[in-house]
Design a protein around this ligand. Structure first.
Ligand code: COA
Length: 153
């Protein structure tokens, strides 16, 4: 059910994320950004439509970022986000990445899966290079959380 994104998914990924961005539930993404990072994305497809997405972007030594997690409203509550998060963490492990973090408005979701709130100043400066280009910088209000894959062993 979960697969890597294809070129043909880019517009639907952008639309799903921006549907929630318009409601201030996550930050908006441009089509350019989706194409740039297409290989980061996993999607869930149902009847030819993209109904769930997540991205894992490598940032720095041993550090990956979980981004753009969204599930279409009529598909929520079925464990799709949980499964997407699992797949993204498994992918991080395949690349010997030992820590993933996320910036989110729904910390409770990630805390359920053992992510811990961190101080955003502990993240590498590179992370803020993206933030500077965001219209909400510097007051986006997103909460930083991290998960150490070593904890699984
Ligand atoms: C947050 C979101 C991705 C969850 O998707 P979902 O597929 O409905 O989530 P799941 O069904 O996999 O939920 C798994 C568990 O997390 C819980 N959960 C889901 N959304 C939650 C939330 N917003 N806060 C806290 N817990 C949440 C569920 O109750 C479930 O718990 P359970 O196993 O004890 O029943 C979805 O609501 C969404 O797309 N929201 C809008 C976009 C957004 O906020 N994205 C996150 C920004 S990074």
């Amino acid at each position: 059910m979960i697969r890597k994104a294809l070129m043909t998914d880019a517009v639907e990924i952008r639309n799903l994320v921006n549907y929630y961005a318009d409601k201030d539930k996550m930050l908006a993404i441009s089509l350019n950004n989706v194409y740039d990072r297409l290989r980061d994305f996993f999607v869930v497809e149902s009847d030819g439509k993209i109904v769930g997405t997540i991205a894992l972007h490598f940032v720095w030594e041993n550090l990956g970022e979980i981004r753009s997690m969204a599930v279409a409203e009529n598909f929520q509550g079925q464990g799709i986000a949980r499964d997407l998060l699992r797949v993204a963490i498994d992918e991080a492990e395949k690349y010997s990445c030992s820590r993933v973090f996320t910036l989110t408005y729904v910390p409770e979701f990630f805390q359920k899966y053992k992510f811990k709130i961190i101080d955003k100043h502990d993240l590498p400066h590179k992370v803020w290079a993206d933030c500077i280009n965001c219209p909400k910088f510097p007051d986006c209000g997103e909460i930083p959380l991290a998960y150490d894959l070593d904890m699984e062993k």
